[in-house]
Design a binder for this molecule. Structure first.
Ligand SMILES: Nc1ncnc2c1ncn2[C@@H]1O[C@H](COP(=O)(O)OP(=O)(O)O)[C@@H](O)[C@H]1O
Ligand SMILES: [Mg+2]
Length: 185
């Protein structure tokens, strides 16, 4: 049983609070604080498929299983940090900084292209791509990488896309185009 201290959470979404693993700073623990475990189950089912397919975890934090915590069941993932050790900020955070965006146009465009290629290479779907569910990792030379941290998978009742890569790719491109159109970079 891992004891988590609410004051030490570093991330919060609509459903989960996120903590650095007290025994391993390379990991984070996500605990559902608003809602039930339904979405967690769906997400982990999709992660299991990706694990079976043996994908590379280049731009998606690896899932390390579940543990009991003082705040209830916790899901353990890699925590994404900048090279200086700071936990990465979301793309949403950077989008609010107009100067940053102006000074990092090229790097951001490259990171976007790389994320799109990664998702298509491994046929990784997202139910809706949103800047708040992506992390922008800044490297020392100013280049950036975009990670998807939430909302991956498929909520279709008959998830044929999980089995036929061609259909998955169509969906990935459609959702990607929607995401890019909204970004207005
Ligand atoms: N693997 C991770 N590495 C670093 N920060 C993360 C990671 N996962 C989540 N976060 C942070 O925690 C916040 C909430 O996590 P998220 O998984 O999106 O929760 P929710 O399901 O409630 O939306 C994110 O916006 C991000 O700031
Ligand atoms: Mg989220």
């Amino acid at each position: 049983m891992i004891t988590l201290d609410r004051t030490e959470k570093f991330g919060k979404g609509l459903h989960r609070e996120v903590f650095v693993h007290p025994d391993n700073a390379a990991l984070c623990i996500k605990v559902v604080t608003n809602g039930n475990q339904q979405e967690t189950k769906r997400e982990q089912g999709y992660y299991q498929q990706l694990q079976k397919r043996n994908i590379a975890w280049d731009l998606l934090p690896k899932f390390h299983g579940n543990i009991e915590t003082s705040l209830g069941p916790g899901a353990v993932f890699d925590v994404i940090r900048d090279p200086n050790g700071k936990i990465c900020q979301t793309l949403e955070h950077y989008l609010a900084d107009k100067d940053f965006i102006a000074n990092n146009q090229q790097q951001l465009q490259t990171a976007l292209i790389e994320l799109r290629e990664y998702l298509l290479k491994y046929h990784i779907m997202s139910m809706a791509m949103k800047p708040k569910n992506m992390l922008y990792q800044l490297s020392k030379d100013g280049a950036g990488k975009l990670f998807i941290i939430d909302n991956i998978g498929n909520s279709d009742f008959f998830p044929i896309c999980n089995y036929v890569h061609f259909f998955a790719d169509q969906k990935i491109v459609r959702r990607w185009d929607r995401f890019i159109a909204k970004l207005e970079l």
